[in-house]
Design a protein around this ligand. Structure first.
Ligand code: NAP
Length: 310
């Protein structure tokens, strides 16, 4: 593949930025990759492992003459970072982000950006429970969706160019309205994470009673929850605070269904349970048929490292 952007600036150097750097290099999609992070420690690590062509100390330096700027920081930090880089953006540059929530992020970034840049928000639906500059890997986005949520009036050519970059990184790319994105992700990612956090919290309380049996006899289902619940606390705090409405809506529905199942168990309504589990089984088959997971034992997780993306 050929170079799509001459200079890509990565602001924040964690799992997603690091994986983008590896994936762009794999296909030679960027003339130069310049990166920066908030802490000197992360910048130093990134330099040591050669994550970018150049690691600079400030976001202002990083975005100078970049034709693509990718904001790869937690959702709650997007506004401050956008304000910081805005005065230094090159004419005609595209600014994008990888935040897990789109409506609030658009509102956080958009107002800071000058008229002479394109703003194409995005979200790769791929991740792991790991974070930091050494956690990224080139294959993270392979065959996973990246959703772009361009705002009204965005130049379609800027969106198309960003789409080719993500495709070059291995992703399947689709466009979506930001509010719809937030509702879909509340169902597929945000609420399941909250449930995992809750279940592990409950087990932790229980562990105090049963003296480590929860860990010792931990079965596959619970182990999966613990993996998800090990995800970065800052990132997930920000996701729930900024996708409040959609998450609360889905949690409300979840609670109703849970009560219905609870009632079926209490009243011995086996048909209800069996019908419900038959319906949910079909969803699992659909995900496998869509190529978004494998049918391998342990949910294919010994081989696939990318299944807890937000
Ligand atoms: P990460 O590995 O924790 O890295 C976050 C980066 O942001 C670090 O370089 C960190 O700098 C920097 N940062 C943190 N707080 C900051 C602040 N207040 N101001 C400026 N910089 C700050 O995170 P990640 O997993 O790559 O996530 C980055 C973004 O991608 C988030 O918006 C997240 O919602 C989204 N996302 C994550 C996943 C996932 O599964 N992890 C999937 C899809 C999208 P220091 O290292 O110097 O602290």
């Amino acid at each position: 593949m050929s170079v799509i952007y001459q200079r890509v600036a990565l602001i924040g150097l964690g799992l997603i930025a690091g994986s983008m750097a590896h994936a762009m290099r794999r296909q030679g999609l960027a003339g130069e990759i310049v990166g920066t992070a908030r802490s000197a420690e992360t910048r130093e690590t990134a330099r040591e492992i050669g994550l970018c062509d150049r690691v600079v100390d400030t976001a202002a330096e990083a975005v100078a003459d970049a034709d693509l700027v990718v904001l790869c920081v937690p959702v709650g930090a997007m506004s401050a970072v956008a304000a910081d880089v805005a005065p230094h953006l090159a004419d005609g540059a595209t600014v994008t982000d990888v935040g897990s929530v789109k409506r609030e992020v658009i509102e956080a970034i958009g107002p800071h950006l000058p008229d002479h840049v394109h703003f194409v928000p995005g979200h790769p639906l791929a991740g792991t429970e790991h974070s930091g500059p050494t956690s990224g890997f080139a294959e993270l986005f392979d065959n996973r969706y990246t959703l772009l949520t361009p705002v009204e009036g965005t130049d379609p050519a800027a969106t198309a160019r960003l789409k080719s970059l993500w495709e070059g990184c291995g992703a399947l790319v689709e466009e979506m309205d930001a509010d719809h994105h937030d509702l879909v992700l509340a169902v597929t990612s945000h609420t399941p994470h909250l449930i995992a956090y809750t279940m592990v919290g409950v087990a932790d309380d229980l562990r105090r009673v049963t003296d480590s049996e929860v860990i010792k006899y931990s079965a596959a289902g619970f182990r999966d929850f613990t993996r998800i619940a090990a995800s970065d606390p800052t990132m997930w705090r920000d996701v729930f605070l900024s996708n409040k409405e959609a998450t609360l809506e889905i949690l409300g529905r979840f609670t109703e269904e849970l009560f219905a199942l609870q009632r079926a168990i209490r009243t011995g309504d086996g048909d209800h349970l069996h019908d419900y589990f038959t319906r949910t089984r079909a969803i699992r088959r659909g995900i496998i048929e869509a190529g978004q997971d494998t049918d391998a034992p342990n949910f294919g997780r010994s081989t696939a490292r990318k299944d807890s993306g937000a």
